[in-house]
Ligand binder design. Structure first.
Ligand SMILES: Cc1cc2nc3c(=O)[nH]c(=O)nc-3n(C[C@H](O)[C@H](O)[C@H](O)COP(=O)(O)OP(=O)(O)OC[C@H]3O[C@@H](n4cnc5c(N)ncnc54)[C@H](O)[C@@H]3O)c2cc1C
Ligand code: FES
Length: 279
């Protein structure tokens, strides 16, 4: 299995995080802010496991499993660290999370997973994200802006499905948007914008980072291979534990073996993934 060299990551904590705000931002999109005491910091690409909904007086057993969510960004305060999570209400767990009120507690374990391998000083970073994957690349963009050229390409079915656009714009990155219905930006798939952004680029000058639906990441991997540029993908497989114990998040690799997305990823060199075996 190909391991990506990464910087070291902080040891995770288990916490009862206090809900500070849980804003509905339209459509299925929510912005959750949690206050976490003892938060050890995080690196871009890491995630937390959040309980499916707020904690009640009797521990919840249905749904039992926590849900993985990217750490969007954090802010330090005297009373603890504020951890922001952008999420979409898509099923039972996130519907319960959407009901969490300020002052309630949410179970949190994290930060978990390996972080993104960062680009070289002379490389341009092309971040391609769609759906819930948009949340996974914000901190990467924020940390890269002072160091390298950053171009962010965000895609969604409609304008309402986009998340965090104003936050990316505020970073001052080059930002392009694609929606399939044309309600914002280019009408079509975000991978079309990627092809345009790579046109005329020499191999070795650009690195692609991608997170979102499997089909989108797979297409990014194909385009990267054609052009000869490295591509790192952050997989969003279902997870049950988040730290390598349950084996529920195994992803097939092109060498015939498997990697645990929570422990060996979630970011991988796209060329090491056996895409046809992913859900
Ligand atoms: C690393 C990572 C980061 C993510 N970051 C974000 C983010 O920032 N924002 C966001 O909106 N989404 C993010 N996601 C996706 C998010 O975790 C899912 O959308 C969420 O788990 C859906 O939960 P649900 O209960 O609402 O939906 P459902 O589709 O109802 O839940 C998924 C179902 O699968 C079941 N399940 C989960 N894991 C297993 C398993 N291993 N074996 C068997 N059953 C299982 C659950 O119990 C549940 O029933 C991320 C995913 C990953 C892996
Ligand atoms: S989620 Fe349990 S091993 Fe990865």
């Amino acid at each position: 299995m190909t391991q990506i060299a990464t910087t070291s990551v902080p040891a995770p904590v288990r916490a009862e995080a206090e809900v500070v705000q849980n804003l509905h931002e339209g459509g299925a999109n929510y912005r959750l802010t949690l206050r976490v005491t003892g938060w050890p910091g995080f690196e871009p690409g890491q995630f937390v496991m959040l309980s499916a909904g707020p904690q009640a007086s009797v521990p919840r057993t249905d749904p039992l499993l926590p849900r993985p969510m990217a750490v969007y960004r954090t802010r330090q305060q005297a009373q603890g660290t504020l951890v922001d999570v952008l999420y979409k209400r898509v099923g039972r767990g996130t519907a319960l999370l959407a009901q969490a009120l300020p002052g309630q507690k949410v179970g949190l374990v994290g930060p978990l997973g390996r972080c993104f391998e960062l680009p070289g000083a002379a490389e341009r970073a092309l971040l391609v994200a769609g759906g819930t994957g948009i949340a996974s690349v914000y901190e990467l963009a924020a940390r890269l802006v002072p160091r390298v050229d950053v171009c962010v390409l965000l895609g969604a079915a409609t304008a309402q499905d986009l998340m965090g656009v104003d936050d990316f714009a505020a970073l001052g990155v080059e930002l392009e948007i694609a929606t399939e219905d044309g309600s914002r930006g280019f009408q079509g798939r975000v991978t079309r914008l990627l092809e345009d952004a790579l046109a005329g680029r020499k191999p070795g000058t650009t690195r692609i980072y991608s997170c979102g639906p499997t089909g989108m990441m797979r297409r990014c991997a194909e385009i990267a291979a054609l052009v000869g540029v490295p591509c790192i993908v952050s997989l969003e497989n279902q997870m049950a534990c988040g730290f390598g114990v349950c084996l529920g998040c195994a992803a097939p690799l092109s060498n015939g073996s498997y990697a645990l997305v929570c422990r060996d990823g979630p970011s991988f060199d796209a060329s090491t993934i056996a895409w046809q075996g992913l859900p």
